[in-house]
Design a protein around this ligand. Structure first.
Ligand code: GTP
Ligand code: MG
Length: 370
């Protein structure tokens, strides 16, 4: 049964709690701030205060956040989003660092402090690439299970002195399940014991047939230490991106995915959001998972304030009312009322689910005891 506390009802109507309590009393109901009233009573009170009643459902939420259909002529090319995956110590972070240090447009190479776990790189021919530094496969899986398909291309890093390992296989399975194309980066090619052909043969057993084995998965020999092959790797990415013909509509209300989020002591909840469609602007009202907010400020991957962020751009967003989870989808909506309602609705749905799950276990435990 739907219910709402008196305090929350007052909050959502932007009325004083005392006034709501008084109105309830006049209808013969004695209730304090933290007590719940049923939906029908709430509706009467809402109307009494001259507000409009909207009962939110799944389809209402969809109507609000999917109200824009992108027509073909609104679609513009967008940068590819690339995630680096592979076994522990095979050189994922080193490879990303090497690419960033070689390519980030900045005065002093190597002096770039990574501000957020996602960043953009400009290649020599001016193309932008967005890299996600998502740690481990768990984050990737949790994002995928939450419906956030964030990556366009997976770079599978395999160390040439170690060959295919359990987490390599996991990464292959993740990429396949998500139907994301892979590029194999055979790393540590500078090592004397490097055996890139062993990597290629190993991969065959997992149905990854690289170009050198007459397959169609691009493979590049690289070294994160010497920088060998980095340009070829970037070319391979550019080629793959071209095939994908990635597009988005920068003119619509933004939709994005949370890459990471935390509660910052000084700044409140902070989320790194990858904009996937539309343009996110300062002042925009949004709902993100069970949270909502208004963009107070945004910073790009280099810690610079920005007023807007278009498709495939990662930004740090301030102005949330709570901390969302990685993989939560962000949608810009028209009004604060919509944002509040959707967030509250989702919170309620989640609560109900947890309650149902709790009840089920209790019942199971009872059965087990009997
Ligand atoms: P995890 O995040 O722990 O899974 O590891 P990772 O895949 O990010 O590997 P990381 O970049 O931390 O590199 C692991 C070790 O390999 C470090 O000591 C690196 O210096 C070394 N390494 C990485 N790439 C290369 C390379 O191309 N050549 C050589 N010789 N060493 C490398
Ligand atoms: Mg690492």
């Amino acid at each position: 049964p739907e219910a709402i506390t008196v305090g929350e009802l007052a909050n959502r109507m932007a009325e004083r709690v005392a006034d709501v309590v008084k109105a309830l009393m006049q209808s013969g109901i004695m209730a304090t701030q933290n007590q719940s009233i049923d939906a029908d009573t709430a509706e009467l009170i809402i109307e009494e205060f001259g507000h409009r009643v909207t009962r939110v459902s799944d389809s209402d939420v969809e109507d609000v956040i999917d109200s824009v259909d992108d027509s073909e002529e609104d679609l513009m090319p967008r940068p590819p989003v690339i995630t680096v995956m592979g076994h522990v110590d095979h050189g994922k972070t080193s490879l990303l660092d090497a690419i960033r240090n070689a390519k980030v447009v900045s005065g002093e190479a190597g002096g770039i402090t990574q501000h957020i776990g996602a960043y953009q790189v400009k290649t020599d021919d001016g193309a932008l690439l967005t890299f996600l530094d998502t740690p481990g496969h768990a984050a990737f899986t949790s994002m995928r299970s939450r419906g956030a398909q964030v990556t366009d291309i997976v770079i599978l890093v395999v160390a040439a002195d170690d060959a295919v390992m359990p987490q390599t296989i996991e990464a292959i399975n993740h990429a396949k399940a998500a139907e994301v194309p892979m590029i194999v980066a055979i790393n540590k090619i500078d090592r004397p014991e490097a055996n890139p052909d062993k990597v290629r043969t190993d991969l065959l057993q997992h149905e990854v047939i690289v170009e050198k084995m007459s397959g169609d998965v691009q493979d590049v020999e690289v070294s994160a230490i010497t920088g060998q092959g980095l340009d070829e790797l970037l070319e391979a990415i550019a080629l793959q991106a071209e095939i994908l013909e990635l597009k988005a509509n920068p003119g619509r209300a933004a939709q994005g995915a949370v890459i990471e989020a935390q509660l910052d002591v000084g700044r409140g909840p902070v989320a790194t959001v990858l904009v996937q469609n539309g343009t996110l602007r300062q002042g925009d009202i949004f709902v993100v998972g069970e949270q909502w907010g208004r963009v107070r400020a945004m910073e790009n991957d280099q810690g610079k304030r920005v007023k807007e962020a278009g498709p495939s751009v990662p930004v740090e967003v301030l102005g949330l009312n709570g901390t969302p989870e990685a993989g939560d989808v962000l949608n810009v909506v028209d009004t604060e009322a919509q944002a509040r309602e959707i967030a509250a609705y989702r919170e309620q749905v989640a609560k109900d689910k947890r309650a149902a799950a709790g009840a089920a276990t209790t019942l199971e435990q009872l059965m087990a005891k009997a």
